[in-house]
Design a protein around this ligand. Structure first.
Ligand SMILES: C[S@@+](CC[C@H](N)C(=O)[O-])C[C@H]1O[C@@H](n2cnc3c(N)ncnc32)[C@H](O)[C@@H]1O
Length: 359
């Protein structure tokens, strides 16, 4: 049995994904090494001690990993005969638990995308063969483990198992969203995705309400403001640049041509602070911390831009600083971060401080 985890990430961020899993595993006293090929879109983490890949998957939540989109425990590396793939897959799957669904996936790279139609075609015949073995239920059972295949080409990859509670619900770990034609910039998808990925359904209902007030720092041309307006909020949009006329016409937006680092709210009922300013991540972190601890907003959603080489180290430092700063006011706070599909050289962070704990 293999003792590996397969982790999906954005192409070009393999070393960050690898550094992060190594670090988180070591914190749990699980040791191993990451195999990461540049621009491959995935990382394989091999544990030294027998059974520890499975243990790590049980102990660590996918939501704690910033640079990993989806992951599973590998049972075997595949090397398939192109003329009879199913035979080889069956031969490697004897240790599979009974699974309730089957996912055939591939890296988010150009080479990976070329496997999309192969995976679609292969899904049905493979499912039938696995059902015959009794390894896959006839009807999809979302509470049972997910039987996972990850192809790096038509004959190579990994077979393994993911747990529904510790897996991305989306194919390839990617939430695809349609670009709204009236939005003034493509960045709009980042905030849309952030609300859907970083908040669960209950939190979306509880934290996002009609008529809330929001502040958008670094707002122009208005892609993020558009998402707030769409959710029926009133927005103070702060930026020296021009805001899209269509947003100003809604009557829900006030444009402040000011420095986002100096801007202070005029009202004391701001629910959301969002920030997409291109600035040093440590500086943005301090600003977000100030807004939350001063009680100027309830929730913050912001991007940290990562043009540097050691991106995981920077993120770790910034998130630690944020958690330390928030914890000074008690332990009712939340910090979550993810490199979203629509994020490029950046990650998105959600932070919240319990109401009674703000100054
Ligand atoms: C990536 S763009 C924001 C795009 C926006 N989120 C959207 O969806 O359309 C970054 C913006 O931050 C603004 N910016 C950078 N530094 C700023 C500062 N100190 N104060 C206010 N705006 C700033 C820039 O003018 C720029 O418009």
């Amino acid at each position: 049995m293999s003792n590996e985890l397969v982790l999906y990430c954005r192409g070009g961020f393999e070393s960050d994904c690898a550094a992060e899993i190594q670090h988180r595993a070591a914190e749990l006293e699980i040791f191993g090494f990451a195999k990461a090929k540049a621009d491959s879109g995935y990382v394989v983490f091999q544990c030294y001690q027998e059974g520890e890949a499975h243990k790590l998957y049980q102990l660590l939540d996918l939501r704690e990993l910033v640079f990993t989109r989806h992951w599973f425990v590998a049972l075997a590396e595949l090397q398939l005969d192109a003329d009879d793939r199913i035979k080889d897959i069956i031969a490697s799957g004897s240790e599979l638990p009974r699974c309730g669904s089957l996912r055939l996936e591939y890296p988010d790279t150009n080479d990976g995308k070329a496997l999309s139609s192969f995976c679609k075609k292969f899904q049905r015949p493979l499912a039938k063969a696995l059902q015959k073995q009794g390894w896959l239920t006839e009807k999809e059972r979302p509470n049972l483990p997910i039987l996972q295949l990850f192809f790096t080409d038509g004959t190579h990859g990994w077979i393994g198992v993911a747990e529904p509670a510790n897996a991305s619900p989306w194919h390839n770990g990617i939430l695809r969203l349609r670009f709204p034609s009236q939005a003034p910039s493509r960045s709009t998808l980042k905030l849309d995705e952030a609300f859907l990925v970083l908040l669960n359904e209950q939190e979306q209902q509880d934290y996002i309400e009609n008529g809330q007030h929001a502040v958008d720092l670094g707002a122009c041309p208005g892609g993020w403001t558009y998402q707030l307006v769409r959710r029926n909020m009133f927005v103070a949009s702060v930026d020296n640049g021009p805001m899209a006329e269509s947003l100003m016409e809604t009557g829900q937006v006030r444009h402040y041509r000011e420095d986002g680092f100096k801007f202070r709210p005029e009202r004391n009922n701001i629910s959301w602070l969002v920030c997409d300013m291109v600035e040093k991540p440590a500086r943005v972190t301090e600003l977000m911390l100030r807004w939350l601890t001063e009680g100027w907003c309830k929730y913050a959603m912001f991007n940290l831009k990562l043009p540097m080489k050691k991106r995981f180290a920077e993120v770790e430092q910034d998130l630690q600083r944020l958690k330390e700063g928030l914890s000074e006011l008690g332990d009712d706070f939340e910090v979550r971060a993810k490199q979203l599909y629509h994020d490029r050289e950046e990650i998105t962070v959600f932070a919240r401080l319990g109401r009674h704990q703000r100054h």
